[in-house]
Ligand binder design. Structure first.
Ligand code: ZN
Length: 449
């Protein structure tokens, strides 16, 4: 049957997408590159009721299709799982690309004044719309997201995510000291506000809640104690915070918590480590901290554009791999400089180069998809194109720009094409983004069959 643009409102029982298709099956660092992925040069992805029904070579799967299946053909395109961004701040959308500071001054001079505006729920709602549209324009279908200290910022975010049926994780910032008065809560109020939000949103549709202390310096002992208490009171809650991003920050943590052996130990003491705990950055970690992260099954979010932009340092991915720590990729907008996971991988590659190491394109794909899903304990649902998982996927355009189209002519393997996408690609390389089988973003029309 012919697929036209007006079909987007009409959901047939099954829909098939024909293009080159790739997804990762495991971490290349663990299983070796060759067995880490599945690739179909002329592939077919079959979606039924929002879930992936089958993926494989078009040649074999076409014969299995029911007669009423719509087929959409994408030429010069590559289908991947939707990208998973494991660390981002939606309230910082309006202050991305703010000049000249490192972490602590950047927070005071740019971040806090902007976050103040989220006391107004309408303002928050508008930014949430812009933010989610921007994620979808970049092929990102799931993210772990900071709100502000205001509970209404999280209501606004979840309302916007729910209306798009997105799998999203977010939470209210807990911050009761070392921040402007208008942006601080109290240990008590942060506990009760978080609790209300958890009861309203956690597990509703595809939404999850993350207990979100900003970072150790802006929380009192009492607040961190209550953050740990929330995690024990509700099953499957996430914990999302920052860790060892900047040297000055680490010194500050030492001064504020002199009785702890290090930065991670502060969080550990308050029971904030665990299989759904995600720590952004971890740029300056000692071996003991790496061991403890692995032991507790906590995850790190590698945020290369942010680490370079704020001059924080170079994340040591090889060290994380050696210790078997789960790692996802984060854009960390607004300290990060792009919503694009492709651009984030471009900078990740350079961060590794500066350390004399390589970042293989299949490992990059893993970080942006299944690795992120594993960091979030969602790999049974997203980050892959395995049958039975949710049909969140992106269609990448090999010919997004004249230069990419020309460069692609010189490539002879999927490895090379992936690397070109990850080096030259950005939002222009996202031809379409599908959420539960529904196109929520598209550039131009697919070819028809
Ligand atoms: Zn951050």
């Amino acid at each position: 049957m012919i697929k036209t643009s007006s079909d987007s409102l009409f959901q047939p029982r099954a829909h098939a997408y024909r293009a080159a298709i790739i997804h990762t099956l495991d971490d290349p660092a663990r299983v070796g590159i060759d067995t880490s992925y599945q690739y179909f040069e002329d592939g077919l992805l079959i979606v039924e009721n929002g879930l992936i029904k089958a993926v494989g070579p078009a040649e074999t799967l076409l014969a299995t299709l029911a007669g009423d299946t719509h087929i959409t053909v994408y030429k010069n395109a590559l289908i991947t799982p939707g990208f998973v961004d494991t660390h981002i701040h939606y309230p910082q959308t309006g202050m991305i690309a703010s000049y000249g500071e490192q972490l602590l001054d950047w927070l005071n001079n740019y971040t806090f004044p902007e976050e103040d505006k989220f006391a107004d729920k309408d303002y928050a709602g508008n930014v949430a719309e812009i933010f989610l549209n921007e994620l979808l324009r970049n092929g990102t279908t799931t993210a772990l997201v900071f709100g502000t200290v205001h509970p209404q910022s999280v209501d606004a975010f979840f309302e916007a995510a729910e209306s798009r049926n997105l799998r999203m994780i977010a939470g209210k910032v807990m911050m009761d000291r070392n921040a402007p008065e208008t942006l601080t809560d109290t240990a008590e109020s942060s506990y009760h506000d978080s609790k209300r939000l958890i009861e309203r949103w956690h597990g509703k549709g595809r939404l999850h809640y993350a207990v979100t202390p900003r970072f150790a310096p802006t929380s009192s002992d009492q607040q961190l104690t209550l953050a740990g208490k929330l995690l024990t009171e509700y099953p499957q809650l996430y914990m999302h915070t920052h860790l060892s991003e900047n040297r000055q920050e680490i010194e500050w943590v030492k001064a504020l918590f002199p009785n702890h052996s290090g930065y991670l130990d502060v969080y550990d003491h308050f029971n904030l480590l665990g299989e759904r705990s995600v720590f952004a950055h971890g740029v300056h970690l000692c071996d003991d901290e790496c061991k403890r992260l692995a032991e507790s099954d906590s995850a790190l979010a590698f945020c290369p554009t942010s680490n370079l932009f704020l001059g924080s340092g170079l994340f040591d991915l090889a060290k994380a791999e050696q210790h078997n720590i789960k790692v996802g990729l984060g854009t960390d907008v607004g300290a990060g400089t792009s919503f694009s996971m492709l651009q984030t991988l471009n900078e990740a590659y350079k961060v590794m180069q500066l350390q004399g190491k390589k970042l293989n394109p299949f490992k990059s794909l893993y970080l942006a998809t299944l690795g992120g899903a594993r960091a979030l304990k969602l790999d049974d649902k997203i980050g892959t194109l395995q049958p039975g998982t949710e049909a969140d996927f992106a269609v990448l355009d090999y010919h997004a720009t004249p230069l990419m189209a020309y460069r692609m002519q010189q490539t002879t393997s999927i490895e090379e094409r992936l690397f070109v996408l990850m080096t030259l690609g950005d939002d222009r390389a996202i031809k379409a983004t599908y959420v539960m089988g529904k196109a929520l973003h598209s550039r131009g029309e697919p070819s028809s069959q």
